[in-house]
Design a protein. Structure first.
Length: 115
């Protein structure tokens, strides 16, 4: 089982990034997918989640209207489009796959928002 995140980097405030998480080793289309983030000295927090079919999404209040989660089950990939980025969005971003008792995490990708 693997979840591999990519797309992180350094961006100026107000900029955009799109994160990708490619899954392998399990039936991706059966799993609810989520993005979490963890800033230095803070607990890991839920950013956004999407149901297995993509029909339902949910967002943290801090990112509503700026971030969009989506998935492509044909490509075993979940995305996080991040717009209007703020310095407080700086964190390591992780994707997570959950189905019943099965729970997998990626290794994370660093997002730094700074001028």
């Amino acid at each position: 089982v693997q979840l591999v995140e990519s797309g992180g980097g350094l961006v100026q405030p107000g900029g955009s990034l799109r994160l990708s998480c490619v899954a392998s080793g399990f039936t991706f289309s059966m799993y609810d997918m989520s993005w979490y983030r963890q800033a230095p000295g803070k607990e890991r927090e839920l950013v956004a989640r999407i149901s297995s079919t993509g029909g339902n999404t949910d967002y943290a209040d801090s990112v509503k209207g700026r971030f969009t989660i989506s998935r492509d089950n044909a490509k075993n990939t979940v995305y996080l489009q991040m717009n209007s980025l703020k310095p407080e969005d700086t964190a390591v971003y992780y994707c997570r796959a959950r189905f019943s008792a099965y729970d997998y995490w990626g290794q994370g990708t660093q997002v730094t928002v700074s001028s």
